[in-house]
Design a protein around this ligand. Structure first.
Ligand code: ADP
Ligand code: MG
Length: 269
C-alpha cells in the first residue's frame, strides 16, 4: 500500500515526504532505535494522521519535520523543499498536547506572540479573524487559567495558525480533553483545516478522531517505528458527528483496530 502511495505522488505535488528516515537515541550507554526506514508521502493540503503504539516514534517524526531533531539517515522534504527551508520561511505551525500558553498573557496576546517574536507586523484584522475561526470571540482578554481545557487548546491552535503556516503539526492536541469537548474540537479543526488547505500531520491515540479528520491514516509498527499501513478514508466532507454512527465509519474503526491491536495482541496504546 505504501508503494502505491509513493508511486502516485511522483506525478502529483508533494506535501510531506520522508524517505528512509532513521533515528537513534542514546539512553545512558544504550542506543535506542526510535525509527528505522520510515517512509511517508502525503499530498499538499491533505490531512494525515499517525496512529501507533506508545513509544513507536510518532512525536519524533513530528519533531524532525519541525527541525527540533535531526534524522540519522534519510531525507525530509516539505512541499518539494528541504524541511529546513520551511522553517526558515516560518511556514510551520505546531501545537502539542499541553497548550503551553503563557499564563500571564491574555488569549489575544498569546495568539500574537509568534508575530512579536519574529518582529512581524501585527495585522489586528487577521488576529481577530483567527479568534473568530477558533470560536474564542469575547474571550480575547481572558487569561489561560480562566479558560476551559478545550478553549486553551483552541487558543494554542490559533497561535499555531497566526503565521499562516503551509504545514500544521499537531501532537495529540486533544489528548487531555473529555470526549464531548474532543468531538467539538474535531469539528472545529476540520472547519479550520478546510478553510485554509494547510498540509496537516496529526498524532492521536483516538481511532475515531483519526477517521473523522483524515484523508489518510498511517498505522505505525512498534518501536523502531515504520509506516506499516496507509488507510485512505473515503468519507465525504464535511464530516458530521452523526456520520460517526454510520456503518462505513464503524467499518473503518474495525479495520484500524485490527491493524493496531490484533496482530501482536498487546494493544498498549
Ligand atoms: P511516541 O510519540 O510514538 O510515543 P516518541 O517519538 O516520543 O514516541 O519516542 C520514540 C522512542 O524514542 C521512545 O522509546 C522514546 O523513549 C525515545 N526517545 C524519544 N525522544 C528521546 C530523547 N530525547 N532521548 C532519548 N530517547 C528518546
Ligand atoms: Mg508522542
Amino acid at each position: 500500500m505504501l508503494a502505491r502511495t509513493m508511486s502516485a505522488s511522483k506525478v502529483e505535488a508533494g506535501g510531506l515526504r520522508l524517505l528512509g528516515v532513521s533515528k537513534m537515541f542514546w539512553l545512558g550507554r544504550e542506543q535506542v532505535p526510535a525509527l528505522t526506514g520510515f517512509n511517508l508521502e502525503t499530498q499538499e493540503g491533505s490531512f494525515t494522521t499517525l496512529l501507533g503504539p506508545s513509544g513507536c516514534g510518532k512525536s519524533t517524526v513530528l519533531r524532525m519535520i519541525a527541525g527540533l531533531e535531526r534524522p540519522d539517515t534519510g531525507t525530509i522534504e516539505v512541499h518539494g523543499a528541504p524541511a529546513d527551508e520551511l522553517r526558515r520561511q516560518q511556514k510551520l505551525g505546531i501545537a502539542f498536547q499541553d497548550a503551553a500558553l503563557l499564563p500571564w498573557r491574555s488569549v489575544i496576546s498569546n495568539i500574537r506572540l509568534p508575530l512579536e517574536l519574529r518582529g512581524k507586523m501585527l495585522d489586528e484584522g487577521a488576529v481577530r479573524d483567527l479568534i473568530t475561526l477558533v470560536g474564542l470571540s469575547g474571550f480575547e482578554a481572558a487569561r489561560p487559567a480562566q479558560l476551559s481545557g478545550g478553549m486553551r487548546q483552541r487558543a494554542a491552535i490559533a497561535r499555531a495558525l497566526i503565521l499562516n503556516p503551509a504545514v500544521l503539526l499537531l501532537d495529540e492536541p486533544f489528548g487531555a480533553l473529555d470526549d464531548m469537548t474532543r468531538q467539538h474540537m474535531n469539528v472545529a479543526l476540520q472547519r479550520i483545516w478546510s478553510e485554509r488547505a494547510t498540509t496537516t500531520l496529526l498524532v492521536t491515540h483516538s481511532i475515531p478522531e483519526a477517521i473523522f479528520l483524515s484523508d489518510e491514516v498511517v498505522v505505525m509498527t512498534e518501536r523502531p517505528g515504520r509506516a506499516r499501513d496507509i488507510i485512505r478514508i473515503d468519507l465525504p466532507r464535511p464530516r458530521t458527528a452523526s456520520m460517526q454512527r454510520s456503518p462505513e465509519f464503524h467499518a473503518y474503526v474495525d479495520r484500524l483496530s485490527e491493524l493496531l491491536f490484533a496482530e501482536d495482541g498487546r494493544g498498549d496504546l
